[in-house]
Design a protein around this ligand. Structure first.
Ligand SMILES: [Zn+2]
Length: 494
């Protein structure tokens, strides 16, 4: 009992001493916010109050004191230990508070799904794309979309030249073997949480940037009814509580997100304009960037351009199909498609230029050129749209087969339709307006792109027409009129 009493009196004495010490030490300075041992945020605020009329310093720098006596400062912390010294001076009285804050970058708290990976993992190379299935016609399996490089996916099965890969728990796809590398056994596929999002204008594009921990696979869907681009990111859980969106955006109305499955996050991009000028999806580091092109400024101008300059200010990428070793179709009399295509693109170039438009040709002579080279050229040039000119083959050689235009992405249908309508004015048979067409040069989403199949080289009556330079000029003039119609339509929609 005696011992306990003794102990109690020591405690009481000790607490009285510390109280009096505290009150003595803090007569003019008190810190009310920011005196913490550790934080996960780089930006850190210190707020305090000092006796009115004091001079306040934080880490030796003078800080404004308000009429109320309060003061505050924003610190940018370094990773690890940060020393903070707050000092208040009034007359001869100087008071100091020193402490350290430990800053550790935040790691998302959500746990990774615990799965044992017994399957190998592949990583994508440049030029990779996903297919829905194994496919098998001459154009290859139907494509979902291109995929950036450096994306890891679990390998589920091998199907001839394709790998079946897992995108997320309920979704798989196929990828050509040549576009992936198999990683050493034991590698895991990635799983990410989203970090910050921004939506901002940069040059002639609006860019949506979604920070992720790793590069995840994605699938893109264009919704024409609601005028949206939807990008599903697989193997991702949302950890973002806001999306910063600037008001100067030109192509994007707003961005929204939807965690549609536990490991699939949809980025929903609502567009402003009815007609599309292309978009691209790629990684910058581990941030997914969806970049949407603005409608060219020249179309927004109020001035009424005379029809002579109906294509002024626009830049066209015109491609002559085949070339070099790739002859394309050969007609019964021996005409080669590659030569006809080349002759016709020069005629189209002239038609476009006479309307004020600018043209770049993919090939200007009879040379080999891969689809990737053609695509890269047009992307690097920043063309406003792409037209690939070909001649068709197949079917009945004794009858007219007809003319046709093709698009891969639904947003390019109006362009393909405008051109086809004009070509049909030459009393040609209508072979069709063909959608979802799996041809590499209409696959990029970077710009509106269509394929024009003038006539069939295998049809004797059409071979005769194609052989005439006069007819070639006529049909290319119609293509140019189709472009003009399309541009008029775009202008009137703005
Ligand atoms: Zn061809």
């Amino acid at each position: 009992m005696k011992q306990i009493l003794k102990l109690l009196s020591i405690i009481v004495l000790a607490s009285i001493t510390s109280l009096s010490l505290y009150s003595q030490e803090n007569r003019i300075l008190r810190i009310v916010r920011g005196k913490v041992d550790s934080t996960a945020s780089k930006v850190h605020f210190i707020v305090g109050v000092a006796e009115k009329g004091s001079q306040v310093y934080v880490n030796k720098a003078s800080v404004k004191q308000y009429e109320t006596g309060s003061f505050g400062v924003e610190l940018l912390l370094e990773e690890g230990e940060n020393s903070v010294e707050v000092e208040a001076k009034k007359g001869d009285t100087v008071e100091k508070e020193s402490f350290t804050i430990y800053y550790k970058k935040k790691k998302p708290v959500v746990a990774e799904p615990s799965t044992t990976y017994t399957l190998p993992v592949v990583v994508t190379k440049r030029g990779a794309y996903l297919n829905y299935g194994v496919g098998g016609d001459r154009l290859g399996g139907a494509k979902i979309n291109f995929l950036a490089q450096g994306i890891k996916m679990e390998l589920l099965a091998v199907e001839e030249s394709l790998y079946k890969v897992k995108l997320s728990e309920n979704r798989y796809a196929y990828i050509p073997k040549k576009f992936v590398e198999i990683l050493p056994f034991g590698e895991k596929p990635n799983f990410s949480h989203t970090g910050s999002w921004t939506v901002s204008k940069f040059g002639n594009r609006d860019i949506v940037r979604v920070s992720l921990e790793e590069r995840q696979p994605y699938t893109i869907y264009r919704d024409p009814q609601l005028n949206r681009i939807v990008v599903d990111i697989h193997g991702v859980a949302c950890n973002s509580n806001w999306i910063t969106q600037y008001l100067n955006l030109e192509a994007i109305e707003y961005v929204h997100l939807n965690q549609k499955e536990s490991d699939v996050l949809s980025v929903i991009i609502k567009l402003k304009d009815k007609y599309s000028w292309g978009y691209s999806v790629d990684y910058s580091g581990t941030a997914l960037e969806i970049s949407v092109r603005h409608t060219p400024d020249v179309l927004k101008g109020k001035s009424k351009t005379r029809s002579k300059n109906s294509l002024a200010g626009l830049y066209f990428g015109i491609d002559a199909g085949h070339g070099g070793k790739s002859t394309g179709a050969v007609s019964p009399s021996g005409m080669k498609e590659k030569d006809l295509n080349l002759a016709m693109v020069y005629m189209l170039k002239e038609e476009i230029e006479s309307r004020g438009g600018r043209v770049i040709l993919s090939r200007t002579e009879d040379i080999d050129m891969t689809m990737q080279e053609r695509k890269d050229l047009f992307i690097n040039e920043g063309v406003d749209m792409v037209l690939s000119v070909h001649c068709n083959a197949g079917g009945n050689p004794l009858t007219q087969m007809g003319t046709s235009t093709y698009y891969r992405h639904i947003e390019n249908r109006p362009l393909a339709k405008s051109v086809l309508k004009r070509m049909l004015e030459l009393n040609l048979k209508n072979f069709g307006l063909v959608g979802n067409f799996n041809f590499s040069l209409v696959a990029p989403t970077d710009f509106p792109a269509i394929l024009v199949e003038t006539l069939f080289m295998s049809s004797l009556p059409e071979e005769e027409q194609l052989a005439s330079e006069e007819f070639q000029k006529k049909i290319m003039a119609k293509v140019a009129l189709g472009l003009e119609d399309y541009i008029k339509m775009v202008k009137s929609s703005l």
